[in-house]
Design a protein around this ligand. Sequence first.
Ligand SMILES: Nc1ncnc2c1ncn2[C@@H]1O[C@H](COP(=O)(O)OP(=O)(O)OP(=O)(O)O)[C@@H](O)[C@H]1O
Ligand SMILES: [Mg+2]
Length: 286
Amino acid sequence: MDKKSIVKFDNVSFRYEAAEEGEKLPLAVDGVSLDIKEGEFVAILGHNGSGKSTLAKLSNSILIPESGTVTVDGMNTADEEKSYDIRKTVGVVFQNPDNQIVASIVEEDVAFGPENLGLPRDEIRKRVDDSLKAVGMYEHRLSEPHKLSGGQKQRVAIAGIIAMLPKCIFFDEPTAMLDPQGRKEVMKTVIKLNREYGMAIVFITHFMEEATLASRVVVMDNAKVVMDGTPREVFRNRDALRNIGLDVPSVAYLAEELSKSGVNISSDIIYEEELVESIEKLIGDR
Ligand SMILES: Nc1ncnc2c1ncn2[C@@H]1O[C@H](COP(=O)(O)OP(=O)(O)OP(=O)(O)O)[C@@H](O)[C@H]1O
Ligand SMILES: [Mg+2]
């Protein structure tokens, strides 16, 4: 059976208001159709200004399309009466954790969302504890957020979103401001939310390696979706990617260079394990 759609963009266009009256900015999102299904893990790639963040904001009614429709679990995001239910269903995690943390104690910050839902005290307690455990920050529940590392802060921000029990989370470059350790922590958390909790994940990133962790990669260029497929299908289009200012994962680059220089290795490799296996096989064959 086909999986249920959680966020569906149907021929969606959006433009920002120009500062000058009478002026019109170009479309920031131009005729995008994209269907995110229950439990899916989708990465979104695209050069600066290609429309990725705008798409994330259109996913839970922070922005409303100029034309076309965004449907969240059956609800039209243009329907103001539904905006509350829409934001419970789709959460967005942004780049800078400092802008997302509102309270001065970790557990109070995570409780903020559920409290606004008007849930009973026991239920709030349970959701806060469960969310903090899910992101591995339970031991820090009484800490002050400003004393945490970037990766820890971002995980607290993620806990605040999962305390709302969303079916889908859009991550807008959540690792961009983090050091390698923080990036690893956040990626591990994101993968766990998808695999163990079955949440649909849409992960916007500039890191090609992070995109290979998804099961589907969508590429945006100039406000449009220009590629949509498995990581292998997408990263096969090396020249097309380079033409729009994107790279391929370093493993893919290495495999390509080895293959070009006559080493008997598939140029289709994108995962580290595949590369290791192929090289081991080559050594064994000698
Ligand atoms: N508040 C705004 N007002 C006017 N134009 C905006 C605004 N926010 C974004 N834009 C423009 O809309 C287009 C798409 O921007 P968006 O932020 O969605 O791109 P992005 O792919 O997320 O880029 P980045 O990789 O830099 O985060 C760009 O041309 C950008 O300059
Ligand atoms: Mg952006």
